[in-house]
Design a protein around this ligand. Structure first.
Ligand SMILES: Cc1ncc(COP(=O)(O)O)c(C=O)c1O
Length: 474
């Protein structure tokens, strides 16, 4: 076993050590090589070393360099080396971390990680929590607790009797709610479309004044950090209004909840602690490896009521926290171990520095691109920048050229009817030098495109250049 694991570690280390020397997006030749995987199911055993060699040889070059320092797509953090190392060790432990009595080490680590998260994010210390796969499932988990409570208050036991014949629940969301939150509502039987949508402003913030009159079992879903602009709903104000009529307030804070940790950003999430439940990601701003999300619920009993099960064969009785009492899954890996490692390493100051640094880099991107004459479509309050290069066709063409250039990777979006490139700075690994290198590439590619549009002959030459550069990088 030792040579196999040591060789694999060597492959992984070499991958990470050289990640910034390659194109961020995989090149065309690397993608073509993926067809080597399309072989028949092997009839018999083949050597382990050969399997890993194949994985590295074919898989590594065809991967997107998300672990590198110049990937700015979606909202994707890298992996802190300490969190990656913890993940390796915990994977070697192979703990099915459902119950404390069976897997005490991982259950205890998750208990500590949860306590630290609540302290760091300044959420109520008594809250229950669940380590799950990501914000989508964290939203689902927290909203299951919300559904439990608002129906229990109306005299209905939703876990026992389901939603057939239950009192209707009013669900309120902002017009800019993330689609994964809406999906969670669908999974819970609350409907993706049967929601009351509240209008938003130019940054995507719910207008608190447009909140409808609330009555009966009600869940209000707010957002800390819009996936495009980084903007925050006025959560404190909404919570106060909603609580007056006994409604439940949930916060989707996939990445924005981390503003709580950063002294210069904390004003954005003001009042977030007034809500009843929160969802966030570990794999975004805390930079632990995929996949990792966390749900927090102020009333831990409500979360347990929505999630816990018992069975004759399960040793559930313990004075400690059984992880699976709070999660949709029974069998599960202990995602909290990597969260523990990241927090144990960074401490409060380290997490604050990580968040502040990403925000500073985002600000530099927006200032430099604005100075270069491109439109910045959002108020850059956090780590998200929306830049437009003109009309849809031009913006899309330039984004594709930037991706093909390979220096960095940014995705596309549409913001309130305008096409844009999204820059999300979410990785511990990104340095000021990476930002300058990426800015040079973005402006070079955008200018070349503009010149080529004026002179089609140059368009052909610039396309040639792109192909050559992507070949080189593959
Ligand atoms: C605000 C918000 N909510 C939810 C999600 C979904 O998170 P995940 O993909 O980790 O499930 C995202 C992802 O970017 C997000 O930005």
């Amino acid at each position: 076993m030792r040579p196999l694991l040591e060789t694999t570690a060597d492959h992984a280390i070499r991958y990470l050590e050289t990640i910034n020397e390659r194109s961020v997006a995989p090149g065309a030749e690397s993608l073509r090589q993926l067809s080597r995987l399309d072989e028949p199911l092997p009839a018999g055993v083949s050597g382990e070393a050969e399997v890993i060699r194949m994985l590295d040889e074919i898989g590594s070059p065809a991967s997107m360099a998300m672990a590198g320092s110049r990937f700015f797509g979606f909202v994707i953090g890298g992996s802190l080396p300490v969190a990656l190392a913890a993940s390796w060790l915990a994977t070697a432990w192979d703990q099915n971390s459902a119950l404390y009595r069976v897997t005490p080490a991982t259950a205890h680590l998750e208990q500590v990680a949860l306590r630290w998260l609540l302290e760091l994010l300044e959420l109520p210390a008594e809250s229950g929590g669940a380590f799950v796969t990501g914000a989508t499932v964290a939203n689902f988990t927290a909203l299951a607790a919300a559904r439990h409570t608002v129906l229990e208050n109306a005299g209905w036991n939703v876990e026992a009797d389901g939603l057939f014949g239950a009192p209707p629940i009013t669900v309120v969301i902002g017009d800019e709610a993330h689609p994964s939150l809406i999906k969670s509502l669908g999974l819970l039987g609350l409907g993706r479309e049967r929601v009351v949508r509240v209008p938003v402003d130019g940054q995507g913030r719910m207008r608190a004044s447009a909140l409808p009159a609330l009555r009966g079992p009600t869940i209000v879903c707010t957002q800390a950090g819009n996936v495009n602009t980084g903007a925050f709903d006025p959560i404190g104000e909404i919570s106060e209004a909603a609580h007056e009529v006994g409604a439940w307030v949930h916060v989707d804070g996939a990445f924005g909840l981390w503003a709580q940790v950063a002294p210069t950003r904390k004003h954005l999430s003001a009042g977030v602690e007034k809500a009843d439940s929160w969802a966030t990601d570990g794999h975004k701003w805390l930079n632990v490896p995929y996949d990792s999300g966390v749900a927090f619920v102020r009333d831990a009993d409500a979360l347990r009521a929505a999630m816990a099960i018992t069975a004759e064969y399960l040793p559930t009785a313990t004075p400690h926290r059984n992880p699976a009492d709070f999660t949709p899954e029974l069998s599960r890996r202990a995602r909290g171990v990597e969260v523990w490692a990241a927090l144990r390493h960074l401490g409060r100051a380290g997490v604050a520095d990580l968040v502040e640094r990403c925000c500073r880099h985002a600000r530099r991107f927006s200032e430099a691109l604005g100075d270069a004459g491109y439109d910045i479509l959002n108020d850059v309050v956090l780590n998200q920048v929306l830049v437009s290069f003109g009309d849809v066709t031009t913006t899309r063409r330039i984004i594709a050229a930037i991706q093909a250039d390979g220096t960095c990777w940014c995705g596309e979006t549409e913001w309130q009817g305008r096409p844009a490139m999204r820059i999300s700075v979410s990785s511990w690994a990104t340095t000021a030098a990476d930002v300058e290198l990426s800015l040079e590439a973005i402006t070079r590619v955008a200018r070349a495109d503009q010149q080529a549009q004026r002179n089609p002959q140059r368009l052909e030459e610039s396309n040639e250049g792109r192909i050559t550069s992507s070949r080189r990088s593959s």
